[in-house]
Unconditional design. Structure first.
Length: 308
């Protein structure tokens, strides 16, 4: 049975937004609504958006706010069941076979029952997400699902539909209480409709200037206010330039932290050129912004902030 000390789920959309805000995640009304419904309806939440917009942080914030374990399955090309779900402890099984032979055990069924038992089962993230007896249902983060292949995606249908896994040699393992499932994708490929139908959906976009400024104030409280405003305005404009990879919120926070560590109080062309590696991750983008483009954007930022 689930742990009786679990924190109660939020009772309204406003409580959900406040819950995330208490963990320094600023959620708009639309995101707060879909998170509330996912918790209330016990449905997986499918989050799509560009890399760096904070999809993973949503799962982390929910886990912290509800005091649940966070189990993260980081997806990658070639991910298979032995890495994601389970595998058998083959060395221990071989040892048991030898011990049985030495003891003169002849009953093949008895040997097999011992080999494919709980003590030889190595649980990977998916099985851990289905919960341990007496434990709290965790938050299960399936991160960057679009990096896997369609075969693994198809396997997840059973997990997301019935919160169970069938192991041929062992049987079916089913969660006593469904985990809170968050699926994220950067949309490098389309996810099949069959999986999406099992989830509630939300597109996570870059924050607007006011939200991003508040994020900087919370995450980098020592950053001077004028510098924070310039950083946010500069980053917001960079995202309109069709760069190879737009800076995400995490990069904005890193840049603000770096500039604060360097005791800067305002942006200038030299400082921007020297620290672009904390904000942009592709040389083509850095070269473009380090030239006249960056100075032009900075001039626009200063003019607009002075006028505002």
């Amino acid at each position: 049975m689930p742990d009786d000390t679990m924190r109660a789920l939020p009772a309204s959309i406003d409580e959900t937004i406040a819950m995330l805000g208490a963990e320094d995640y600023l959620a708009g009304r639309a995101l707060g609504t879909v998170v509330f419904l996912a918790l209330k309806m016990k449905r997986p939440l499918f989050l799509e958006g560009e890399a760096g917009v904070g999809k993973t942080e949503i799962a982390k914030s929910i886990a912290k706010a509800l005091d649940r374990p966070l189990i993260r399955l980081q997806c990658y090309e070639g991910l298979d069941l032995s890495s994601a779900v389970y595998e058998w402890n083959y060395p221990a099984q071989m040892l048991d076979i030898r011990l049985s032979e030495a003891a003169g055990v002849k009953d093949r069924n008895a040997i097999e029952a011992n080999l494919f038992s709980e003590r030889h089962l190595i649980r990977r993230p998916v099985l851990h997400a289905l919960g341990e007896p007496g434990g709290k249902p965790p938050v299960f983060l399936i991160d960057e699902l679009d990096r896997t292949d369609e075969a693994f995606e198809a396997f997840l249908l059973e997990v997301l539909s019935d919160f169970q896994v069938t192991i041929p040699e062992f049987g079916t393992i089913k969660a006593d209480e469904p985990p809170i499932v968050i699926v994220t994708t950067n949309r490098t490929r389309e996810i099949h409709d069959a999986l999406k139908r099992r989830c509630l959906y939300h597109w996570v976009d870059y924050p607007d200037a006011a939200q991003e400024l508040e994020i900087i104030r919370r995450k980098v409280p020592n950053c001077p206010d004028m510098l924070s405003q310039q950083i946010v305005a500069f980053v917001q404009k960079l995202r309109t330039l069709q760069l190879f990879k737009n800076p995400g919120v995490a990069e904005t926070i890193d840049w603000a932290t770096a500039l604060t560590e360097l005791d800067r109080v305002a942006l200038d062309p030299e400082t921007i050129a020297d620290t672009l590696g904390t904000l942009l991750k592709y040389q083509e983008d850095i070269g473009r912004v380090r030239g006249g483009e960056g100075e032009r954007v900075l001039a626009e930022v200063k003019t607009e902030l002075q006028a505002g």
